[in-house]
Design a binder for this molecule. Structure first.
Ligand code: ATP
Ligand code: MG
Length: 234
């Protein structure tokens, strides 16, 4: 079966600087990939390169068999890339509901379904982006990516800086979206166990290259490998 995402020999960075070098990976329909690595190893650069927000120096990116790496960012969204950047960039001066309706495209994920997934957002429909907590902003960022009806969801450290109770709530929603609804996803995390538990596959980056890949469950059961690669045992 053809893969949903095929990345071949990708190199990318900022201006003349090369951050990612020779990245190749594939992800099948409905699969979830945990993208791990210490600070500054190139995780965000990889996600942003898929989304079209860095300078690509070489290699190719295919989604559903079609080259997308020549496309501008908004055309990649139209092609099926749902991107939740590390800095969450929601529209702060719009309400929750306006954030969703501004970008919604026809498909199974309507704003109403996004509210079912995130009841907290339904309660705050009329609130401006500036009036949301960090956790609510993150939920809105995920909901906004969903209503575009992507084929592949890219989540860059979705749990970063959130209180434990919100982490639990968001993890449950992400698990429902990826495992329950079968949406393919790449999830970046530095604290891997929670994400490995809901992922099928795992890749570890270091200095802009892939230094380890395995089934998520296998990596999760190897604390000594996690410690060596990430400096964390759990
Ligand atoms: N806009 C930029 N311009 C130039 N260099 C950048 C830019 N953004 C990141 N870099 C560099 O690219 C490298 C990888 O950064 P990147 O943000 O991809 O790492 P990361 O793995 O996401 O880190 P973190 O875990 O801290 O989010 C770093 O050396 C960083 O300094
Ligand atoms: Mg990052």
């Amino acid at each position: 079966m053809a893969e949903l995402l095929e990345v071949e020999n990708l190199s990318a960075g900022y201006g003349e600087a090369v951050v990612l070098d020779g990245i190749s990976l594939a992800l099948g329909e409905g699969r979830t990939l945990a993208l791990l690595g210490r600070n500054g190893t190139g995780k965000t650069t990889f996600i942003d390169t898929l989304a079209g927000a860095t300078r690509q120096h070489g290699g190719s990116i295919r989604l559903g068999g079609q080259r997308i790496d020549g496309l501008a960012s908004h055309l990649r969204a139209a092609a099926g890339i749902g991107w939740v950047p590390q800095e969450r960039n929601i529209f702060k001066s719009l309400t929750v509901h306006e954030n969703l309706t501004a970008v919604a495209r026809p498909g199974a994920w309507t704003p109403a379904r996004a509210y079912e997934m995130f009841p907290r957002l339904a309660e705050r429909k009329g609130n401006l982006g500036t009036q949301l907590s960090g956790g609510e902003q993150q939920m809105l960022a995920v909901a906004r990516a969903l209503v575009v009806n992507p084929r592949l969801l890219l989540l860059d450290e979705p749990l970063e800086g959130l209180a434990p109770i919100i982490v639990e709530e968001l993890l449950r929603a992400i698990r429902r979206i990826t495992q329950g609804e079968g949406l393919a996803a790449i999830i970046v995390e530095q604290h891997p166990q929670a994400i490995l538990a809901i992922s099928d596959e795992a890749v570890v980056l270091d200095h802009g290259t892939i230094v380890h890949r395995d089934a998520a469950a296998t990596l999760a059961s190897q604390p000594e490998v996690l410690d060596r690669l990430l400096g964390v045992a759990r």
